[in-house]
Design a protein around this ligand. Structure first.
Ligand code: ADP
Ligand code: MG
Length: 307
């Protein structure tokens, strides 16, 4: 199977989506943006052995490489539209590619994004890069930069599950429901759009709550304070780990892909999604944590590449 046969077989799903003038198969894709809307561009790479373990389920990888990007689109309050994929493979294995394509196209269908092109190469480990273009009303993109002292800090869903799931894999005692939160994150695309025009600042949680909230606070020229009792923790996390471990995963574990946002008033109706108030924006730089009202020190600011 050569490169062209591979693309045709696994990736060319004749994008009939809106705005696709020329899709996969030519030297470049041509899209027709919605008149009057601004574009949001996001890109994220997943490297085998760095962002996902070796022998990771290919269907989950295909799904995950799309949704980690959709989480950035969500954090910008945008609507996802078009996507390209750069894929490096160690071998052209039919079973692996069938699984990967199933997860990838599944995520595209679920969130209404069209695969319009890409590049396929061979290399020494599996690397997947997805780029997504989203659209947003002019001036309505959400940013990290608008939080004001006194704003309330909220987080969607529960935090710490994905990191605990990965930890279970390392220790040889995997908890399936927790590992599922790592392999199949739920990007909060609809809620991100609902926050548009309401939230003062938004960030998605990819590197851990403390580090990511710290980035939001810094971009806003402010600080934050959170109350550790308020952290939204799943029953699974509580059931399998000590209070200390729960807190460590929730604060410094990455890969949750929930949204952390700030606003002065009430958040929009989240429907069945859980939204929890965890603290306040302050004028003191950094993120302070309180447990039973007392300030506590937390080490480990989350995952940093190239330190
Ligand atoms: P070129 O050599 O001109 O860059 P390629 O042979 O790499 O073109 O790709 C042929 C077509 O297949 C292009 O439309 C490209 O966007 C698409 N393509 C290549 N790899 C992928 C992939 N992994 N997923 C989706 N489309 C792909
Ligand atoms: Mg090429």
């Amino acid at each position: 199977m050569d490169e062209f046969e591979l693309i045709r077989r696994y990736f060319d799903r004749a994008a009939t989506a809106d705005g696709v003038v020329i899709g996969i198969g030519d030297d470049g894709a041509v899209i027709e943006p919605t008149p009057g809307l601004q574009q949001v561009q996001v890109i994220d790479t997943l490297v085998e052995g760095v962002h996902f373990p070796e022998n990771f389920n290919p269907t989950d990888l295909g799904y995950r490489v799309v949704v980690v990007n959709l989480s950035d689109i969500a954090a910008m309050g945008a609507t996802p539209r078009w996507m390209t994929l750069a894929l490096t493979l160690t071998a052209a294995d039919d079973e692996w590619l069938t699984g990967f394509a199933e997860g990838l196209h599944g995520a595209c269908v679920e969130f209404g994004v069209a695969l319009i092109g890409g590049d396929t190469t061979s290399g020494e480990r599996i690397v997947g890069t997805v780029h997504i273009t989203g659209e947003v009303e002019p001036g309505k993109a959400l940013t990290r930069a608008g939080a004001k002292p006194g704003d309330r800090v909220f987080v969607t869903g529960t935090v710490g599950d994905a990191a605990a799931g990965l930890d279970g894999l390392r220790t040889g005692q995997p908890v399936k429901t927790l590992f599922n939160r790592f392999s199949r994150p739920s990007p909060r695309v609809a809620y991100g759009r609902a926050l548009s025009g309401l939230a003062t600042a938004v960030i998605d949680l990819s590197d851990g709550l403390l580090g990511d909230l710290g980035k939001l606070a810094e971009a806003s020229g402010a600080g934050a304070e959170i109350e550790l009792e308020r952290l939204p923790l799943s029953d699974d996390l509580r059931g399998h780990y000590s209070a200390d471990e729960q807190r460590r995963f929730a604060l410094t574990g990455g890969d949750d892909y929930e949204l952390c946002f700030t606003m002065s008033g009430e958040p929009p109706d989240p429907g069945i999604l859980q939204v929890t108030e965890i603290g306040r924006i302050t004028s003191t730089p950094g993120v302070a944590c309180r447990l039973d009202g007392e300030l506590v020190e937390i080490e480990d600011p989350g995952y940093l590449h190239f330190q």
